[in-house]
Design a protein around this ligand. Structure first.
Ligand code: PEP
Ligand code: MN
Length: 358
């Protein structure tokens, strides 16, 4: 990491970047109000920090050994005003700002009629962003894979419905990109590119969405540590896309007997991530719990733990949903959940410890 002097000129910055590139590394340039910080992307052992430190305009040059330095709070606090946290702007919605953001919709988009009715009802319940899967990750090849799997025309049609529903009900939209080949197509329509938990480790896919200038929601793999989630999010940021939202969605349960939930929601991950990184973190109680009777409780707990928002699966008639029917809640239940979570957020926020680098 290279910290430039306040007096550093554009020429000085350019020379430092040139020196970094000469050794086969890339430079992440962050310009703050008061100074510029240059992060090194690649193998730092190839450059001489002693040499960089004496270049004109350089205040300090040091090696950073954590695997996720570009998203670390320490790095961002060098150029962002300490009281400010980074937020991700999607249309009129700010994720990571002062208000919690609620993303809701069906697990899978099944028809135009289904989607529009759900969009209308989740909007009325207070949702800010519409979700809906078009390329679905499924455990069985014999089950419904999402309308996108039927071909490009069908994928475009379903993506078009999402876009129209989003415009009609004034909500940005989010849908999952399951592979590199789908990325450009989905980016034509979707405001947020969702990387599902199963693909958290797919470096090539992360690099691909990192090169697209759309916000990315990265879901934690159900077997991943928090450190891995942070390290893999760095693959997106290293390509220049810092609009990344992290999502805790439950990890594999422990023990031999029944835990009575689909996964185990790791809520400590929320404040832990906030201490490590400036990226906003939200929670998906639906896929974590896997049962609708727990969604309200888990949502309240997630907001109390400091989550910047929630992703919740909702349907006007959960029983008829083709995917994840057991965990869908109704728009009426969603409204109560959102209203309560807003109250919890208001109550807890002033008392939360201000996150500081130790
Ligand atoms: C989803 O949100 O549609 C989904 C499949 O979730 P996850 O990737 O967390 O399993
Ligand atoms: Mn689902």
């Amino acid at each position: 990491m290279i910290i430039m002097k306040k007096s550093a000129t554009e020429e000085n910055i350019k020379s430092v970047i040139g020196e970094i590139k000469k050794h086969g590394l890339r430079a992440d340039v962050s310009k703050g109000e008061f100074r510029t910080v240059i992060g090194l992307v690649g193998d730092e052992s190839k450059v001489s920090f002693a040499q960089l430190a004496v270049m004109p305009g350089v205040k300090e040059a040091r090696m950073v050994e954590i695997p996720y330095k570009l998203i670390s709070r320490e790095y961002s606090e060098l150029f962002v005003d300490k009281d400010e946290s980074r937020t991700v702007q999607v249309g009129n919605i700010r994720i990571g700002g002062n208000e919690p953001v609620f993303i809701a919709g069906p697990c899978a988009v099944e028809s135009k009629k289904q989607l529009f009715r759900i969009a209308e009802e989740v909007k009325a319940a207070g949702a800010h962003i519409l979700r809906g899967g078009i390329f679905k990750p499924r455990s069985s090849v014999h089950s419904f894979q999402g309308l996108g799997s039927r071909g490009e025309d069908e994928a475009r049609e379903a993506l078009g419905w999402m876009q129209q529903a989003g415009r009609k009900y004034e909500m940005p939209i989010m849908t999952e990109v399951r592979g590199e080949l789908q990325a450009d197509l989905i980016a034509e329509y979707s405001d947020i590119l969702q990387i599902g938990s199963r693909n958290m480790y797919d470096q090539d896919l992360l690099g691909t969405v990192g090169r697209i200038s759309k916000p990315v929601l990265l879901k934690r793999h159900f077997g991943a540590s928090v450190e891995e989630l942070l390290s893999f999010s760095e693959y997106i940021v290293a390509e220049g896309n810092k609009d990344v939202i992290l999502c805790e969605r439950g990890i594999v349960p422990v023990g031999k007997g029944n835990n009575y939930t689909r996964y185990t929601l790791d809520l400590a991950a929320v404040p832990v991530i906030q201490r490590e990184s400036y990226l906003p973190v939200i929670v998906d109680p639906s896929h974590a719990a896997g049962r609708r009777d727990l969604i309200f409780d888990m949502s309240c707990a997630a907001i109390a733990a400091g989550a910047s928002g929630l992703v919740v699966e909702a349907h006007y008639n959960p029983a008829e949903a083709m995917v994840d029917a057991q965990q869908m809640i109704t728009p009426g239940e969603l409204k109560e959940l959102i209203d309560t979570c807003k109250k919890i957020h208001k109550m807890v926020t002033p008392h939360r410890k201000k996150v500081k680098v130790s």
